[in-house]
Design a protein around this ligand. Structure first.
Ligand SMILES: [Cu+2]
Length: 206
């Protein structure tokens, strides 16, 4: 009897592991080339999920650039903006999802900014026009950014129905055009083709 109970327990554990699913996201442009810096995120339909209190992330400022260029965060995340340069930077956004402006500063003295609404946020510095970066606030913990091969893996999803979205700061499509309902179990690959506008960083530095 004891042996049977143990076997049952072991079966339950392993089926729990088997239920974890992986989403492989692939993003290409209109010409079929891989797209780097696209955000893929997966939401359980109708179940927006905010970050646990205390969740934080970082956008650095290094050599007059924001690093990373694209940062996805879960709604409810505090983002810090440490400045590694020997010059002062400002960080501002006029985007509806988060309007703010940090006073000119060096180092790590700037207060973190709470991203409390979903949406894409454009970051700028009012001293250096070429400094530009993006925060995408999403209502799910399941997100990632594509690599140079245009790929990203979202692991440890619970198997089930998801709304999978692709976002890129230069994408031309409306949000609805890059959204797909997918039933995920095991490993599922979801591919997107998006049309990109010119990269705003490809201007001479000043
Ligand atoms: Cu600056």
């Amino acid at each position: 009897m004891i042996v049977h109970t143990l076997i049952l327990a072991a079966l339950t554990v392993s089926s729990g592991v088997a239920a974890a699913a992986t989403l492989e996201g692939v993003v290409r442009d209109a010409a079929g080339r891989p797209v780097v810096d696209a955000v893929i995120y997966a939401m359980v339909p109708g179940k927006p999920q905010a970050a646990k209190p205390g969740t934080s992330a970082i956008v650095d400022q290094i050599d007059k650039e924001f690093v990373p260029y694209v940062l996805p965060v879960q709604v409810g995340t505090q983002v810090r903006f440490p400045n590694q340069d020997n010059i002062r930077h400002n960080v501002y956004s006029f985007s509806p999802a988060k309007v703010f402006s940090l006073q000119l500063y060096r180092g790590t003295m700037a207060e973190p900014v709470l991203f409390d609404k979903p949406g894409g946020i454009v970051l700028g510095c009012n001293i250096h026009d070429n400094m530009i970066a993006y925060v995408l606030a999403v209502e799910t913990p399941h997100f990632g950014v594509t690599d140079a091969a245009g790929k990203v893996s979202l692991r440890n999803l619970a198997a089930g129905e998801y709304e999978v979205m692709a976002w890129h700061p230069q994408k031309q499509e409306e949000a609805a055009a890059v959204s797909r309902r997918v039933s995920i179990s095991g490993t599922a690959t979801v591919s997107f083709a998006i049309t990109l506008k010119p990269d705003p960083r490809k201007k001479p530095k000043r």
